[in-house]
Design a protein around this ligand. Structure first.
Ligand SMILES: C[S@@+](CC[C@H](N)C(=O)[O-])C[C@H]1O[C@@H](n2cnc3c(N)ncnc32)[C@H](O)[C@@H]1O
Length: 322
């Protein structure tokens, strides 16, 4: 149980929902999108033609598998630790190559969603029986503390899907610094960063016509209804996406279509919304080489090399600790 001022909370979810909905302006963290329904919706998003990120990163890993794997190689083998692994669709390209080459490595996927980890483990057992898999449930920050225990051989830390883009630059530097602190010797960080491009291409990726992204964004309200006994009328909220080409920030909001009141029983909290008031739910930052290099420098990391797709929409960088 955690206590914030006079209120006691049974989980981080309760605490953060309470904090975000009493704040002005209101906000909720995108990490709460991912329950069983949210995991499935995200898989549907990855399959959408508008969501170019998955195709680009898949293409990079598919085209450069050997070159990437060669960077990872080490005489004692290595531990491949993935943060926010999801369904591992793209990582499987690497796993297949490494398994086929009989490379000595363990795969350690980490995710906040136990459901995602269970499904991933089941599919890996079938597809790559030779690969040793150890899943770990938790947030990036919780699990990073434990990663430092893996210090017997080279560590490769994977962070795909431009998940870093869910963090503001200041949070990203804090996160990367924590990653750097658990890296030593020839350890490497392999990360995907979605790049700046035509603003319409970016907007379309988060605002598809079929409404899958809308359902994903609104899933956070369904989750609060189901898990915290709330009475959000989800249809009274609009999914709204904006992209600022100057800062490179794409932001998702839920906008209240009318003045309304919601009661969250588990928090004993009444939340009032003015007409057109927003809840900020997600940031998906877009990058340039200069910004990635600045983030690395601020965090004590060094760019070793990068790989890109044919449109240069997306880049995967390899970093080591300075
Ligand atoms: C955008 S998906 C990307 C999945 C995968 N990396 C990919 O590229 O396809 C984000 C994944 O990270 C997990 N996740 C989100 N926020 C997290 C957090 N703070 N800590 C740990 N996992 C998180 C989600 O459950 C989800 O599986």
């Amino acid at each position: 149980m955690t206590n914030s001022n006079t209120k006691t909370f049974n989980s981080t979810f309760e605490k953060e929902v309470n904090e975000g909905l009493v704040a002005f302006p209101k906000y909720l963290s995108s990490k709460w999108f991912y329950d069983k329904k949210g995991d499935k919706l995200f898989q549907d998003i990855m399959a959408m033609p508008e969501y170019y990120l998955t195709d680009c990163e898949y293409n990079i890993l598919d085209t450069h598998t050997a070159a990437i794997a060669n960077q990872f190689n080490s005489p004692e083998g290595f531990d491949l630790i993935e943060l926010g692994a999801g369904d591992g669709k793209k990582t499987k390209l690497l796993l297949k190559y490494l398994s086929d080459q009989n490379v000595n490595f363990d795969y350690l996927p980490i995710d906040i969603s136990q459901n995602a980890l269970d499904q991933l483990e089941e599919s890996l057992t079938k597809e790559f029986p030779k690969v040793s898999v150890k899943t770990q449930q938790g947030t990036y920050f919780e699990v990073l503390e434990k990663i430092s225990e893996y210090n017997k051989r080279k560590k490769i830390i994977l962070f795909l899907g431009s998940n870093i883009g869910n963090l503001l630059h200041e949070q990203a530097i804090n996160f990367l610094t924590k990653v750097k602190d658990v890296m030593s010797g020839d350890d490497m960080l392999f990360m995907g960063f979605d790049q700046k491009k035509h603003p319409q291409t970016i907007l379309d990726a988060y605002n598809d016509k079929a409404g899958i992204t809308e359902a994903f964004n609104k899933n956070i309200l369904h989750r609060i209804n189901n898990e915290l006994e709330a009475n959000f009328n989800v249809d009274n909220f609009l999914h709204w996406e904006v992209y600022d080409p100057e800062s490179g920030s794409a932001k998702s909001y839920l906008v209240s279509k009318e003045a309304q009141t919601v009661y969250i029983k588990a928090l004993d909290l009444t939340v009032n919304f003015n007409a057109w008031e927003s809840i900020h739910t997600e940031i998906s930052q877009k990058y340039t080489d200069a910004v990635v290099e600045w983030l690395a420098e601020e965090s004590g990391l060094k760019v070793v090399t990068n790989f890109t797709d044919e449109n240069k929409y997306y880049k995967n960088y390899i970093f080591n600790a300075n």
